[in-house]
Design a protein around this ligand. Structure first.
Ligand SMILES: [Ca+2]
Ligand SMILES: [Ca+2]
Ligand SMILES: [Ca+2]
Length: 135
């Protein structure tokens, strides 16, 4: 797996979990319940799978939350990424713009969609989370 995509996984899962980290000090035993809640958060129409559109919309929301100064780009201090990881996404300008962000979201979605049906089901989503955690 390309380094860039691995970084995208880390970013995306951390981002998806962000509201939960803030609102609940979830114990490790509550991890499954938390994963299920993250999935439900992503699955806007609650049809049991996360489409590319749902995934992107949710990630863009997170982008806006992280973008403290609302200039539509993320600088290193607005993310919690390691410098190398940040640079692999941002390129040389030191900023992650919305296109770069959507590009990694797109890559991560395609990597996670292991049966290539254009949807993330619960199984694929949990596999994605586990892959990131066990890195
Ligand atoms: Ca859905
Ligand atoms: Ca910014
Ligand atoms: Ca799938």
């Amino acid at each position: 797996m390309a380094v860039k995509v691995e970084m995208a996984f880390t970013l995306i899962v951390a981002l998806a979990a962000l509201p939960h980290i803030v609102s609940t000090a979830a114990a490790a035993s509550a991890e499954n319940a938390r994963d299920a809640r993250i999935f439900e958060l992503l699955d806007d129409d609650q049809d049991g799978s996360v489409s590319m559109t749902e995934f992107k919309n949710n990630q863009m929301l997170v982008f806006y939350i992280l973008d403290h100064n609302k200039d539509l780009s993320l600088t290193a201090d607005e993310t919690f990424l390691q410098p190398d990881a940040f640079k692999s996404i941002s390129g040389t300008d030191g900023k992650i713009d919305t296109l770069e962000f959507l590009d990694i979201v797109d890559s991560a979605f395609k990597q996670a969609d292991t049966n290539h049906d254009g949807l993330l089901d619960r199984q694929e989503f949990v596999a994605l989370l586990n892959r990131v955690r066990n890195r």
